[in-house]
Design a protein around this ligand. Structure first.
Ligand code: ATP
Ligand code: DNN
Ligand code: MG
Length: 228
């Protein structure tokens, strides 16, 4: 199987990007693949053993089967859980696409079969006054997986996100309906609307999980859909 790499974005912050990233990394590892994930920039971190660590990055680091140092997974980390460019400005730091691209490409040189790069927030999150996180995805030329947080308002968010990714010229590997039947009235009707109007494949609909086995089964199916 050829090496597979994806950029994971979502309809918003808290859409489930990390949840999906971790689930996919584990599903790929169950198929015997060497897996790794990168969270290039994070905002929202705590001190762990004297080092600022972001929970998404720790989860992604733990879920990958290839051992990576924290800095390889998450090279840029800010303490407050706010928009990353504002967190950077508060520390008089400038984050650029070029710098992030260098870090990510460096980590992805580590031999592996399957990798994900998790964004932060949604598609158009600023990195500085001129550049967006979507510019990083463009520079990396990665196919994109969109996690749609299934709640009222997601139709508009999902369509705008798809439009923006296509406008950026990147392929959409597929989208995931996340957290179904959790708190969405007329879930099936909303899912059908998304499915009819999005031309990229629906890779899977993930329920709001009650147990690990259900989650594993859903991610195994999702992983197999990604490869079909
Ligand atoms: N299908 C699901 N079942 C159960 N819990 C879920 C599911 N999807 C997401 N969650 C939970 O919802 C919360 C938000 O999800 P997650 O952290 O993956 O969002 P995110 O898109 O990565 O956000 P960020 O923009 O901060 O990176 C987490 O606590 C996560 O465990
Ligand atoms: C702190 C949060 N969990 C994410 N890491 C960053 C979300 C940035 C959102 C920016 C925005 O679109 O307003
Ligand atoms: Mg996350």
């Amino acid at each position: 199987m050829a090496k597979q790499r994806f950029f994971i974005t979502g309809t918003d912050t808290d859409a489930g990007k990390t949840y999906v990233s971790v689930g996919m990394l584990k599903a790929a590892a169950r198929q015997g693949l060497r897996t790794m994930g990168v969270k290039p920039i994070s905002a929202g971190a705590e001190m762990v053993d004297g080092k600022l660590c972001n929970d998404d990055a720790l989860q992604i680091q733990a879920a990958g089967s290839v051992a990576l140092r924290y800095e390889q997974v998450n090279p840029i980390v800010f303490e407050p859980a706010i928009a990353p460019h504002i967190a950077a400005a508060k520390e008089n730091k400038l984050v650029t696409v070029s710098r992030l691209e260098g870090f990510v490409r460096g980590t992805l040189l580590t031999p592996h079969d399957f990798s994900i790069v998790e964004g932060a927030g949604g598609w158009r999150v600023p990195l500085n006054d001129r550049e967006l996180l979507s510019d990083l995805a463009k520079r990396l030329e990665l196919p994109v997986i969109v996690v749609v947080n299934m709640r009222l308002g997601c139709l508009n968010h999902a369509f705008l996100t798809m439009e923006a990714i296509r406008r950026d010229g990147l392929p959409i590997a597929g989208w995931i309906a996340n957290g179904g039947q959790h708190d969405m009235p007329f879930y099936e009707e909303n899912l059908a609307t998304l499915n009819n109007m999005i031309s990229a494949p629906l890779l899977g609909s993930l329920s709001w999980h009650q147990d690990d086995l259900t989650a594993e089964q859903e991610f195994d199916q999702l992983f197999s859909n990604l490869n079909s």
